[in-house]
Design a protein around this ligand. Structure first.
Ligand SMILES: [Zn+2]
Length: 156
């Protein structure tokens, strides 16, 4: 399954990418371009714009109207509708910034890119082969798992 997120759903797009989904997101695309792209690439259109939602449904496209202001509400809504697991496996994650599938990286090769403490305390790293961004499950990971736990509870 592949997704296309409208310009208001950048955060949701990044979450879904971390969950391993292929999500296109580009704030420069207008409504007509979004509809055309969803059709051409067979992508599920995610939108917070009810008018766009109606147009998509009218054209027979798969479209999900994203409700809820909280990230966890939006996530649980999409996960419930499309049967997605709300668990992050970094070996399956796509880069939140550019949607390329991440690759696990050797710690030793990242020494120049990391803060000394990060290098000292963490052992598993992933790198985006497209944009070069490096990821690890650091101090911020607690917040990420809290949001996912909340979303899992909502999903029930
Ligand atoms: Zn990237």
């Amino acid at each position: 399954m592949k997704f296309l997120a409208d310009g208001m759903l950048g955060k949701l797009a990044r979450w879904l990418r971390m969950l391993g989904q292929d999500v296109l997101y580009n704030t420069r695309l207008g409504d007509n371009e979004l509809l055309g792209l969803a059709k051409a690439e067979g992508r599920v259109l995610l939108t917070r714009d009810f008018e766009l939602y109606r147009r998509a449904i009218g054209r027979g496209l798969e479209c999900f109207y994203v409700d809820g202001k909280q990230e966890s509400d939006q996530l649980s809504g999409v996960a419930k509708r499309y049967g997605l697991e709300l668990e992050i496996d970094m070996d399956k994650s796509h880069c939140p910034l550019c949607n390329t599938k991440l690759e696990s990286a050797q710690k030793e090769q990242l020494k120049d890119k990391l803060e000394p403490n990060t290098y000292r305390y963490y052992d598993r790293f992933w790198r985006c082969p497209n944009c070069g961004q490096v990821y690890w499950q650091g101090a911020h990971w607690k917040q990420i798992s809290n949001t996912l736990t909340q979303a899992q509870e909502n999903k029930r």
